[in-house]
Design a protein. Structure first.
Lengths: 236, 236
DNA sequence: AAGTGGTCTAGACCACCAT
DNA sequence: TGGTGGTCTAGACCACTTA
């Protein structure tokens, strides 16, 4: 017995989730039932669930049950939105979608999204306003095969966050992402959209977002005016 | 019984550590002994220790024991160094200390370090080379009261990382930090030190580092040339 | 009141490390 | 070989939510 039992249980639960046995937001069977199902003690089942909770794949609520995690405003603001106003307060941006088109991926995008060269991708351009001021310009690339049928109206009329839309309409659950941050100069497009002079210095953020098993499903490039905002990061 | 027992045990262990009962790097008594000491079961003791391990305050090693965590190159590189070469590889920077002086804190620094206005602070300026190329210029501010006796030779002749020096010579254990990242223009000093034209666009990183109980003990400002490097961040 | 997750216990056994 | 942390079990009881 080399591999711990709870890791095997964890793997089985994760597999059931990705296979759609329990859609996002639905409760799992209770702990004693699950432990019976897997033939392990409740303690071992709990250890497996604890790991999945830590990975934000499950959410436990005392007295209610254990649920497959869903994206919502709080989660996005807390985990996936790193731009803060200089006053330190984190506010949700107002997202204005400027365009949405289906195009062929260039080499760069195809590589990042693990697609074949020339595969179709959706390209969405958004303007982000924070406190009513244009703060960032945002380009999102999504593999067309996973997001078939996406259109600008769907994007604009979504009820929750962008990641909530991915989850609800396309079954794509974003679990984590990596970002690369660099300084860059302001192009003509950014100057116009963000209403700033060309001489302004911007922050460029490139993000790769991943779903289960670390599969990349979104690539973003965001350019931020850091005069009134900053990019926040926690270490340790 | 409102507060869980294991949180109380955790608090007591943390308190013992901060009071110096077990210096950094030394092993704690074994689990059954500790559980007897606190009058709880081994399971409860383990839950308390698990939390402290998660917070990187303790380190467990199967078969050896449980130790108060120490700073080393791996930890610094993994948790406290976010600058990567464009090839994605994380390399440890070569740190060249340009100056170290004791000065009076201005309002800004005093506020960030929770000091009274005009308190003495050490100001250290470093040039960071990655792959033999100047990549960043770094200003560190430390409260003099905690780092009494610091001098440039001590700083230059340290055997490990900067945080290792804090820990070993001054008993200051850095546990976490927050960073604010902005884009900025290149000043004359940066241009000279980093051997770049004034027109280069830089990344400015401000860091507040904290020890036990979230007390701030270091403030840094780093300016990075992001032509060959980027700032990396993980979300989720 | 019934059902859920959360805490705590006591003990058996395993895997790893030092000597 | 003896000591350490790691896994796993079975069960009692607590705290919270819902109806």
């Amino acid at each position: 017995m080399n591999a711990p039992l709870y890791l095997d249980v964890r793997r089985q639960i994760l597999s059931s989730i990705t296979l759609g046995k329990w859609p996002t937001g639905t409760p799992l069977p209770n702990e004693s039932e699950l432990s019976r199902e897997f033939g392990v003690s409740v303690g071992t089942l709990r250890k497996a669930v604890e790991e999945l909770v830590h990975d934000k794949i499950l959410v436990r609520q005392q007295g209610r049950g254990t649920f497959v995690a869903t994206h919502n405003v709080e989660r996005t603001l807390l985990d996936f939105f790193r731009i803060r106003h200089n006053d330190g307060v984190s506010r949700f941006p107002e997202i204005e979608t400027l365009s949405l088109r289906k195009i062929s991926a260039d080499e760069n995008i195809a590589q990042r999204l693990h697609l074949v060269d020339g595969a179709k991708v959706y390209r969405i351009i958004n303007l982000l306003n924070v406190n009513g001021l244009p703060a960032a310009l945002d380009q999102i690339f999504l593999p067309a095969e996973r997001f078939e049928g996406l259109n600008i109206d769907l994007f604009r009329s979504r009820s929750g966050t962008i990641y909530h839309l991915y989850q609800n309409r396309f079954g794509v659950n974003i679990l984590k992402a990596e970002e690369q941050v660099r300084a860059c100069k302001c192009g003509a497009k950014e100057a116009r959209a963000l209403q700033i002079p060309r001489s302004t210095v911007l922050l460029e953020i490139e993000r790769i977002s991943r779903t289960y098993y670390d599969v990349p499903v979104e690539w973003r490039q965001t350019r931020v005016n850091t005069l009134h905002h900053y990019y926040s990061s926690e270490l340790g």
